[in-house]
Design a protein around this ligand. Sequence first.
Ligand code: COA
Length: 257
Amino acid sequence: MTADLLISRDGAILEIGFNRPAKKNALTEAMYKAIADSLEQASDDPDIRVVLFYGEGGIFTSGNDLNDFAQVATGQRRAEDMEVMRVLHILAGFQKPVIAAVEGLAVGIGLTLLLHCDLAYVAQDARLTAPFVDLALVPEAASSLLMPALIGHQKAFALFALGEALSGEDAARLGLANAALPAGDVLAQARLSAQTLAKKAPGALATTKALMRDSATIRARMDKEGLEFARRLVSPEAREAFMAFAQKRAPDFSNLA
Ligand code: COA
């Protein structure tokens, strides 16, 4: 277990809180491992009916820790061993409702995670981005399939390729969230909905969710993206992007073919 993740139980609700505010709640391998383990336990525990993700410190998450990506780029770690893939596979087939409470920044998987949540509440002033191409990467979490299906190709492309941001209001309008609320109300509303869901008939809830999501197709797309993502991570473009982030400068792709 890692202190960067707060995992707690409130009756039938499992809360998973990203708790690394000094790094904008960037998600490390240790955090992904703890998330995957918790989701597996929640899946097997009949007393847990709902899972709720939130971020501490007024931030959801700045996405994958870029230092972990840089370790793959420089050969210190294998892309195939990355725990994020385990988290995504579990979420793709997760039978219990998953809720997100999003305040502040939601970058990369912070945004694409919403595609795997059954309810999402966002702060009106939240800022959601998925700047995969700016990092010389490609979309993940089956977002190359699910995002255009939800918001249309052009809007999804602008998110991934231009790195355009969505506000919380945009996210709600586009169907990525149930509601955009004042920041202080987001977690309370998510908890209220979690409590309501926790009292519903669990079998009916699980089957309703299963009927609404084609897990096999989602996993197949995750795997396809994962192969491309792994290739991109070790590319000279990605090494430049991660080095630029570490050096606090804009990447320069002008000399790369
Ligand atoms: N991975 C690793 N460290 C991160 C991080 C990430 N994804 N996001 C932020 N941090 C770190 C910064 O390096 C900085 O560390 P330092 O204080 O040791 O220098 C600290 O968190 C604060 O971030 P900072 O950039 O100073 O905050 P900001 O408010 O100016 O900007 C972001 C916040 C999230 C917009 C900016 O940090 C950013 O773009 N991060 C990268 C996001 C990203 O590309 N994620 C991956 C998506 S796939």
